[in-house]
Write a protein that binds this ligand. Sequence first.
Ligand code: PMP
Ligand code: GLN
Length: 380
Amino acid sequence: IVSKLPAVGTTIFSQMSQLAAEQQAINLSQGFPDFAADSQLLAALARHSSAGLNQYAPMPGVPLLLQQIAALTARCYGRTLDESREITVTSGATEALFVAIQMLVQPGDEVLLFDPAYDSYSPAIQLAGGVPVHLRLEAPDYRVDWQQVATRLTPRTKLIIVNSPHNPTGMVFSHADWLALQHLVTQHGLYCLSDEVYEHMVYDAAPRLSANCFAELAARSVIVSSFGKTFHVTGWKLGYAVAPAALMTEFRKIHQYVTFSSFTPAQYAIAEMLREQPQQVTELAGFYQHKRDQFRQALSGSRFSLLPCQGTYFQLLDYSAIAPELDDLSFCRYLTIEHKVAAIPLSVFYQHGSSARIIRLCFAKQDTTLAQAAEVLCRL
Ligand code: PMP
Ligand code: GLN
């Protein structure tokens, strides 16, 4: 077989979670909560399934959920969506990203993305025959230099992929960033794929902004989110895409042949939560900000230095005062095997790697888990 992705191996998330399990380590590597989801949500799933809602959902998603996504988008960002034509429910944000890229990228098209980048973008671009063009963001703030971005445009540039709040750095776009992105996209006739899976995890009372807030940008964007993140159920693999009707028509042509539709009882359960417990979405930032603050406080006496975290449930740590001789993958393996705390090396999020001594830890964990991990990390 001739590999279509010769440079790709098993994802670092699978590798580190497996190593963590083998080593019985505290797993702060792969991003997922170690606590239960809301009991009302779990009960709703069981109830809808018992009631017989177990067959194929409509291809674009269950209408009750589409309505709730439209209502959520209006509440959070003031954007009015046509729920029957501008929203599609997908099997996780991963499917939405993949479908959007297959839809937008023709062979030879260039796609701008920022390193460190979430790992699913580049393979999806390559499978579409496109050319990923990676722009590096630099520690400690990982902010985008929009003037530099403009210099990397060519006549073949078709799409720009952005991710705010940003995995793995926790960087969050400012109002000025969104305006600069909108300007770039509209001036150069690009499309934008906005990965907003951590949209409800923005800290320190910063405004919650989205491509949804900027009409001219939204007109050329596919916006992706994930209920796995928002409702602590990453294993349900339920997300959605929002786009203008003309784009969404093309999106659905592909979605219908990738998965056709997504897990039916979960769609009803999430719709019920959005209707009856809408405050859970708005309370998420406070919930995770508390964890971020506790974790950072607990690590303040350690020899790690903490990078800023404005959003997401990830914290970057610089370990150069502890083991400057180890590259970050070796350090993560050492940490997991010798100290029983698993983390993700930052270099895997770069096309050409990184020599920085930085690791990513996930703080979507019980307070006791975070305290135990911090105690270990403070001893290093
Ligand atoms: N984008 C980013 C930036 C992510 O961190 C994740 C979750 N790992 C995804 C997309 C995929 O989300 P889902 O689990 O809903 O497929
Ligand atoms: N998004 C998760 C993370 O960044 C992992 C998702 C996955 O395992 N593919 O840790």
